[in-house]
Ligand binder design. Structure first.
Ligand code: 26V
Length: 810
């Protein structure tokens, strides 16, 4: 069926009438959005059904991507794009007097993720569907996504993200596919017919209801599924009996209901220090158990024997959050399907693979035994047995090396280590950039690498070029297509062909104008929202990512203060005007991060209101960073700030999005920045700072004293003193924790140490930007070389090297 403009017009008008009994004149923007989005969902319904049917019939292996986070953002525009009806829809709406952009404003972001990890999962879903890989997402349908950020008096204030308040047109609730997830209770082993069985009694049953969202492949017939589970009481079907003796009394009944529903109530914000929160463990088991039960049920419909599960199913776990999949799959294979331990463990290992996303030790998940055991008694028994057998194996190899054995055990010091469980219970462990994987192999997971070298591999992250180029920057996409044809859309590595045009002045001019127009449009929005006038001809310098000490927004803002001081000293200082944009959410309990937000806003106020520097620099903190804001700011960036302390950023994916949109990166040699440099060449990126090697050396052997630099480097000294003497117009005590962190606690992330080198790198940016043609050539090379970072590329490698025997498009 080819959908033309007139069909869309007609269908849409009907839809408005059937849904709201309204015509276009009277319908609100919200109603128009709801009707239009519902129509688009209908357009993909048949292919969705057919994809599902094919998946239960044919011989193809299915991949299930388990993730606690899917940071999807909005779906209307990307669905139109993938269905190939974006232009037709735009025109149809236009003829009805409707602007598609305005409709999009009514869609809420699905913000079911914290940052990189959740957005990666969303990009992977898009790539799997576009590559015709039978790959599905499995996660939690949080009622509230990541909090909405408001800036009040320079401080972050968190507001609940009620993203479902107008409903969610994209999802289909599947009540008939609900499953039971069991918590607590007690387990008794009994021998029946000579076989040991485990009877689980007195548990609390939670109903897991799947809500499915179609994931539409790019101009193909594949529609995969993102299945998010919602936690409910069984009583919901009948209405909870509030007088029931079962719960004691009315308030107990209410308590019971809300304790069950709390499981899928809210996404946990990524924290600087993770706490063993029992609710988070409940969330993990809840979606993992529901997900695996539903996989097994679907598998059985295919009439395949259970001992061939590993031939037809791959389960990938996104970080350790779903690592409980290992004992849960074991439980189902043994207790419900009757397999013996060895066979069950072999199958489990073959099915499961794991990605590590961080080397930050404090983010490695551990659960206290007592909490775990009480909540999941049968699962705990299985973990204990996996651990016991593993230690037996280690003893044969390492004899009495207890230090080593303890560090590798799943259970030690009263805790269950989820990374160890994931490595032992799966066949593959991957890092997310070359450097990251090397650090895992050489340091963090060196013992495991020695034991299981064949399990370790690298899969450098990627981003979907459909959302981050075609959709977010349509004019740039058009220019590329006009220049090299449209092969790159299906085969992004073909972007390479742009390299030939990097020096072409006509091409450079067009590139320049596209960026400039993006900047003009965004500058207007900024002025409307913040009342700050932004010069679109200034350099847009952007740092947009979660706020973390290791990402070093501090380095950026200290440099801004230093520039400001220079301008105050010498108002005629010849610098290219720059607008520094920040966008970042801080975890609500991460005190230092929130202080850094206040610092950025404080320095911003001072700088933006000082007439004497004549608008040479401006600082804008963009409120509430989220996918839809990223789509707006990234196409405007001239400079991409990727300045984490080397060795700390596992990969980064924002770096790839900026590059693909023609920004020049100022970068430390960290994560995927290194691979970006290798692709574009030293001359098309500006690098600075300590290497990972050097950082890790200082960490191990000491030798860095931040206080020394504070006293020696006048530039640093001045800024730090201004921060703590009221110069920026806030009480002198305001930033004392930042001061302590940097000066008294020896600057854990080497901000002062890298400062000089960062200043020089920024001067180099200023120098390069003055040479318009040189700069535009750099931008062009960055775009040309970004194809390798399409998540299509990444996913093809996962399919081939980790999941095995996966059918793909070509
Ligand atoms: C940790 C926690 C701790 C407890 C509460 C909730 C929560 C949620 C997420 C996390 C893990 C953060 C790990 C993470 O996001 N890593 C990022 O993964 C990106 C995709 O691989 C990568 O590009 C970033 O460099 C890496 O920081």
């Amino acid at each position: 069926m080819k959908l033309d403009k007139d069909t869309i017009k007609k269908d849409f008008s009907r839809k408005l009438i059937t849904m709201f009994s309204e015509d276009i004149q009277e319908a609100s923007n919200l109603h128009k959005y709801l009707a239009f989005a519902s129509l688009i969902k209908e357009y993909c319904a048949e292919n969705w059904m057919m994809s599902n049917k094919a998946y239960t019939k044919d011989e193809k292996k299915q991949v299930y991507y388990f993730s606690m986070e899917f940071l999807i953002g909005k779906l209307l525009r990307s669905n139109l794009l993938n269905l190939g009806i974006e232009k037709e829809s735009e025109e149809a709406l236009k003829e009805l007097g409707i602007d598609l952009n305005e409709l999009e404003e009514s869609e809420m972001d699905a913000g079911l993720g914290n940052g990189g990890l959740g957005r990666l999962a969303a990009c992977f879903l898009d790539s799997m569907a576009s590559l015709e890989i039978p790959g599905h997402g499995c996660g939690i349908r949080y009622k509230y996504g990541l909090f909405e950020q408001k800036i009040v008096n320079g401080y972050q204030v968190e507001i609940p993200d009620n993203w479902l308040k107008e409903g969610n047109v994209w999802e289909t609730r599947k009540d008939d596919k609900a499953v039971v997830v069991k918590f607590g209770g007690n387990v008794t082993p009994v021998t029946i017919n000579g076989r040991l069985n485990f009877i689980h009694e007195n548990y609390r049953a939670v109903k897991a209801v799947p809500c499915d969202t179609p994931i539409i492949g790019y101009k193909n017939k594949t529609v995969n599924t993102l299945r998010l589970w919602s936690a409910e009481t069984f009583e919901k079907d009948k209405e909870l009996d509030f007088s029931s003796f079962k719960y004691g009394n009315y308030s107990k009944a209410v308590e019971y209901k809300s304790s069950v529903e709390s499981i899928s109530q809210v996404l946990y914000p990524d924290d600087s220090q993770i706490e063993g929160k029992i609710l988070r463990l409940k969330q993990q088991y809840f979606f993992v158990s529901a997900g695996i039960q539903s996989i097994i049920r679907t598998y059985k419909k295919r009439n395949k024997p259970i001992n061939e599960l590993d031939k037809y199913v791959a389960i990938h776990i996104n970080d350790t959050h779903p690592a409980i999949a290992v004992p849960e799959l074991m439980r189902i294979l043994m207790d419900e399907e009757g397999l013996g331990w060895d066979e069950a463990f072999e199958i489990t290992k073959n099915v499961i693979s794991y990605t590590n996303h961080t080397i930050m030790a404090e983010a490695l998940e551990k659960w206290p035994i007592n909490i775990f055991k009480e909540l999941l008694p049968r699962i705990y028994m299985i973990v204990e047995e996996i651990n016991r057998r593993f230690i037996e194996e280690l003893k044969l190899k390492y004899h009495e090396d207890w230090n080593k054995i303890n560090s590798m055990a799943i259970i030690s010091s009263g805790q269950i280590k989820m990374a160890n469980l994931a490595i032992i219970g799966g066949h593959s462990v991957n890092g997310v950039a070359k450097l990251h994987t090397e650090i895992l192999k050489k340091r963090e997971l060196a013992n495991f690498y020695e034991l299981y070298p064949e399990r370790f591999n690298n899969k450098t992250n990627g981003i979907t070029h459909r959302r981050w180029l075609l959709q977010a920057n349509p004019k740039l996409a058009e220019l590329i297509t006009n220049t090299i044809g449209n092969d790159w859309v299906r085969n992004p590595i073909k972007l390479d062909e742009l390299e030939k045009y990097a020096k072409d002045s006509g091409f450079q001019e067009e590139l320049y104008n596209i960026k400039r127009n993006n900047k003009i449009k965004f500058a207007k929005e900024v002025e409307n929202k913040y009342g700050i006038v932004v010069n679109p001809d200034s350099v847009f310098d952007v740092q947009a990512k979660r706020l973390h000490a290791y990402k070093r927004q501090l380095l950026n803002v200290i440099h801004i203060a230093y520039l400001y001081n220079n301008l105050k000293e010498n108002p005629n200082l010849d610098i290219i005007p720059r607008t520094f944009f920040f966008a970042a959410k801080a975890s609500p309990s991460y005190y230092l991060a929130k202080e850094i937000i206040k610092l950025i806003n404080t320095i911003g106020d001072k700088v933006n209101n000082d007439k004497s520097i004549r608008d040479k620099i401006k600082v804008i903190f963009l409120e509430n960073y989220r996918v839809s804001l990223a789509e707006k700011i990234i196409p405007c960036a001239d400079v991409s700030e990727q300045i984490s302390t080397a060795s700390k950023e596992a990969s980064g994916t924002g770096n790839m999005k900026f590059m693909m949109n023609g920004a020049v990166t100022i970068a430390t040699l960290d994560g995927a920045n290194i691979e970006i440099r290798d692709r574009v060449g030293e001359e098309n990126i500006v690098t600075f700072g300590l290497t990972a090697e050097e950082v890790m050396n200082y960490e191990k052997n000491g030798g860095y004293w931040s206080k020394e630099l504070y006293y020696k480097d006048r530039r640093i000294h001045t800024v730090i003193d201004q921060m703590t003497n009221g110069y920026f117009g806030v009480p002198s005590s305001e930033f004392k924790d930042i001061y302590n962190h940097l000066v008294e606690q020896n600057d854990e992330y080497f901000v002062f140490k890298d400062f000089d080198s960062y200043v020089k790198a920024q001067e180099k940016i200023d120098f390069l930007y003055r040479q318009r043609s040189k700069w535009m050539e750099m931008c062009a090379i960055n775009i040309a070389k970004s194809g390798a970072f399409s998540s299509d590329n990444t996913i093809l490698q996962y399919a081939k090297e980790i999941w095995h025997n996966i059918s793909t498009r070509d």
